[in-house]
Structure formats: structure tokens, C-alpha cells
Design a binder for this molecule. Sequence first.
Ligand code: PEP
Length: 249
Amino acid sequence: MRKPVIAANWKMYKTPAQAQEFLQSFLPLVADDTRDEILLFPSYVDLSVAIAATAGSNVSVGAQNIHYAEEGAYTGEISPSMVEALGATHVLVGHSERRQYFGETDQIVNKKIHAAIHHGLTPVICMGETLEEREAGRTEEALLLHCQESLKGIIPQVAENFIIAYEPIWAIGTGKTATPEMAGMAHFFIRTQIAHLLGRHTADRIRILYGGSVKPENACALLNQPEVDGALVGGASLDPYSFAKIVNY
Ligand code: PEP
């Protein structure tokens, strides 16, 4: 049995005071929920506040990005050891907004995954097709390439702890959601490719989350798909009551 994961991506929202305020409201709403693993991806400046506020709870905190280098002259970047030193446990890798606005490729994503593992950070690897790819019937081709390139050099025993987020790019922040059947089929395809690349044992353990305009109203139908092991939630995770509703779907 794979434990469901419900993750919040706060993107570039919330000051430390707003993060604190969110957690004061949110934590009592999910305090007894041991069914799901809850992950929070705030901005770097909110990491310390979020880690302190969630200590002893069932919420883990991760960074939205890392650089793959150990350290160096990379102005404005954050290294994996910096994130690790703060007490973060997870890191988002290859979010479509990073790919779209900051030129992140599958090759860079692969380097970041290796850096994350080296620092004991669990990567949440984002992948998904563009609208153009879906309309051209190339969704599976795009997902296959993401799997092959981003998982290069990863050994199966390490990969079984990974989390993958299937996020069709056309559904992120647009209000358009994949139907539960579309999500289920894409998840099944990704898991089959992981089985080819890393073996059935690993494929059966990796959690695959759906992301793309998940809201309290559609969470249940998506999360009830057998291949969907949870959700990565952007916009609807900014409000503690709305995110708690998704956690308690
Ligand atoms: C995301 O940021 O990963 C995301 C899925 O955003 P939204 O839920 O707003 O579409």
C-alpha cells in the first residue's frame, strides 16, 4: 500500500508572517490525520518559520528548488546543503514554471535529483505534457522522455522513495483539470515506464501525485483513481481551509 501524499506548492506567495498565520489555522484542522503524508513547499524565506511551526506534526517541509552544485559563484541560488541545514526533508524538482521561465531541462532536473539524494532530500519530480503535445497525441512520448532523462543514473533502491508529480502543463494555474480518467491513464503510463527503467518493485513503491488546478471540489474524484497516490496543489493550497479540505478529502 502506498501512503497518499498531499503537497502544497506556495509558489512565490506568502511572507514569513503570512506563513506562520497559515500554519496556525491549518495545523489544528489536520492534526489527527495520519492517513496522508502532508508536504509543504513554501518559498525559501518561509522555510525556517514553516519547519519550526510544523515540528512534531505530520507535516514535512521542502524547498521549491535547489541548485545542483555543492556551492559556488551562483548569485541568487540556494544549494542542497543550505536547504538540508535548515531541516527541510523534500525538494520540488523540475516544476513546469521552472522549466518555462528559467530554462530548466530534463538534464538539469537529473543533476538536481542526484544533488538532492546526496543530501538526503526526497525529490518530488514534476513532469507533464504541454497543450500542444496533448493535442498532437504526443503525451506519452513527452512523459517517456521525462522519465528516461530525469532518472538517468538513479539506482532502483534509492528511487523507490521518490515522489513523481504528473502535472499536465495546460492544467497548472489555468482552472482546467485533467479528467480523473486522463490522470489515471497518465499515471499508469508513468508507472509502467518506471517499471521498465527501474523494475517493478520500485515502480510499485514510487508515489505518483496529480497536479493541475486541484480544488476541494475535484480532489475526491481525482484521488480515488487507483493510480493516483495524492496531489500537488498550487493555488488552492494558499488558503488553510481549502487546503485542509483537500487533505481531508
Ligand atoms: C502547481 O503549482 O504545482 C500547481 C499544480 O498549481 P495549481 O494547483 O494552481 O494548478
